[in-house]
Write a new protein. Structure first.
Length: 163
């Protein structure tokens, strides 16, 4: 078992960093994000949505990265007010196609075979859920690592539906 230094949220707004190397670390990251969301004032339903986002990102690090980490930090927007910024980075290959990967029922290389979804540990809805449950979504990649950055604000911005 690899020791996992955890920086917990505090009243001085320091970020929480969690190394993601084993399944237990998904729980630690989720717990850290929930504690930070409570300190910001998110209601229970929003905290659960943030926990889903963190769980999806952390699980993806375990499934597709060699090693990785997450940082959760308080942020503030002049219009939307306080929020939580979530950054997930791993050392591993980039997505083949982000536009495909964010579609429900798809992986980064195309549609998922429904008969193999149980064995792969998911239904291919994680990145799409992350986009739906957050207010910003960024993806940056190089041949050796990838980074996802999301923000969820306490006051959610009005969204326009994309056809």
């Amino acid at each position: 078992m690899t020791p996992n230094p955890i920086l917990l949220p505090s009243s001085t707004h320091h970020p929480s960093r969690v190394n993601i190397v084993e399944a237990l670390d998904v729980f630690v990251a989720r717990w850290s994000a929930e504690k930070l969301a409570i300190s910001i004032g998110f209601p229970a339903a929003a905290r659960m949505e943030i926990a889903i986002v963190v769980s999806e990102l952390a699980t993806n690090i375990l499934k597709y990265g060699v090693r990785g980490w997450m940082v959760m930090e308080r942020t503030h927007d002049e219009t939307l007010g306080p929020g939580i910024e979530i950054i997930a980075e791993d050392q591993g290959p980039p997505l083949a196609d982000l536009a495909t990967a964010v579609r429900d029922g798809f992986g980064d290389r195309g549609p998922l075979d429904p008969t193999r979804q149980i064995g792969r540990g998911g239904i291919g809805a994680g990145l799409g859920a992350i986009i739906r449950l957050t207010d910003t979504f960024e993806y940056h990649a190089s041949p050796t690592h990838k980074t996802f950055r999301t923000v969820r604000y306490l006051q959610r911005p009005t969204r326009t539906k994309v056809p």
